[in-house]
Design a protein around this ligand. Structure first.
Ligand code: AP5
Ligand code: MG
Ligand code: ZN
Length: 218
C-alpha cells in the first residue's frame, strides 16, 4: 500500500505516521526527518537545507525531489509500500512525484489529509518535545510520556525541541504551507485519492478515523 499523509505543520502527520507504520508495516518517508538527519550529520545537503528550514522556508524542489526519488527506488519500497510524510509540498513536487512513481511503476493508493484549525497549531508546536535516542514525538499537555522524563518507546531520558518550533519560525512555516497546500490537495482530489480526516480530536480518535479511511482504500 502506497500512501501520502498531508496536513499543516503540527497537524499530526508524524504522530499518525508512527501509528500507521506500526499497524501496516509500510516504510515511513519523512522529508523533514531526512533533512534533520542530514543537518545533524552536517552533510553538504544538510548544510544547504538548514539555510531554508531555520527560516521556515521550503528547501528547493530540485533537492527535495532528488532525495525522494532516490529513496523510492530502494528495494524495500516495492515490498512494503510507503507512507510519504511532508512531501509533496509544492505543486511542482506533486508533478515530480507523479513522474517518479510512473517511472518506477508504482501506484499511489491514497492520500490521508489531516484537517486542523490553524489556530490550534502554534500551541501544538510550542509544546512538542522529541526523544533524542528514538525520535518519538510527545506533547507537554496533549501527549506526555507515561513516566515523566522517560520515553515510552525506548526508555530514553533525553529530549529536545525542534529549532524550527520557535514562535517566529512557526508563523512563517504556517504561512508558507497554507499558501502552497491547496493546489496539491486539488490535484489529488481530481484523481479521487483524498480521505479528509478531522485532526482536532484526541490522537487515538484521529487514528481510528485514519484506519477507517485506509480500510476503505484497500
Ligand atoms: P517537517 O518536519 O515535515 O515539518 P512540518 O510539516 O512543519 O510538520 P511537523 O513535523 O512540524 O508537524 P506534524 O504534522 O508531523 O505534527 P506532529 O505529529 O509532530 O518539515 C520541516 C521543514 O523541512 C519544513 O519547514 C521545510 O523547511 C523542510 N521540508 C520538509 N519537507 C519538505 C518538502 N517536501 N519540500 C520543501 N521543504 C521541505 O505533532 C505536532 C505536536 O502536536 C506534537 O507535540 C504532538 O504530540 C501533538 N499532537 C499530534 N496530534 C495531536 C492531536 N490530535 N491532538 C493534540 N496534540 C497532537
Ligand atoms: Mg512531522
Ligand atoms: Zn525514545
Amino acid at each position: 500500500m502506497n500512501l501520502l499523509i498531508m496536513g499543516l505543520p503540527g497537524a499530526g502527520k508524524g504522530t499518525q505516521a508512527a501509528k500507521i507504520v506500526e499497524e501496516f508495516g509500510v516504510a515511513h518517508i519523512s522529508t523533514g526527518d531526512m533533512f534533520r538527519a542530514a543537518m545533524a550529520n552536517q552533510t553538504e545537503m544538510g548544510r544547504l537545507a538548514k539555510l531554508f528550514i531555520d527560516k521556515g522556508e521550503l528547501v528547493p524542489d530540485e533537492v527535495t525531489n532528488g532525495i525522494v526519488k532516490e529513496r523510492l527506488a530502494e528495494s524495500d519500497i516495492a515490498e512494503k509500500g510507503f507512507l510519504l510524510d511532508g512531501y509533496p509540498r509544492t505543486i511542482e513536487q506533486a508533478h515530480a512525484l507523479d513522474e517518479t512513481l510512473k517511472a518506477l511503476d508504482i501506484k499511489l493508493d491514497g492520500v490521508i489529509n489531516i484537517e486542523v484549525n490553524p489556530e490550534s497549531l502554534v500551541e501544538r508546536l510550542s509544546g512538542r518535545f522529541i526523544c533524542r535516542s528514538c525520535g518519538s514525538t510527545y506533547h507537554k499537555v496533549f501527549n506526555p510520556t507515561k513516566v515523566e522524563g522517560t520515553c515510552d518507546v525506548c526508555g530514553g531520558h533525553e529530549f529536545f525541541q525542534r529549532e524550527d518550533d520557535k514562535p517566529e519560525t512557526v508563523k512563517r512555516r504556517l504561512d508558507v504551507n497554507i499558501a502552497q497546500g491547496e493546489p496539491i490537495i486539488a490535484h489529488y482530489r481530481e484523481l479521487g485519492l483524498v480521505s479528509d480526516i478531522q485532526g482536532n480530536q484526541d490522537i487515538d480518535d484521529v487514528f481510528a478515523d485514519v484506519k477507517k479511511a485506509i480500510a476503505a482504500i484497500k
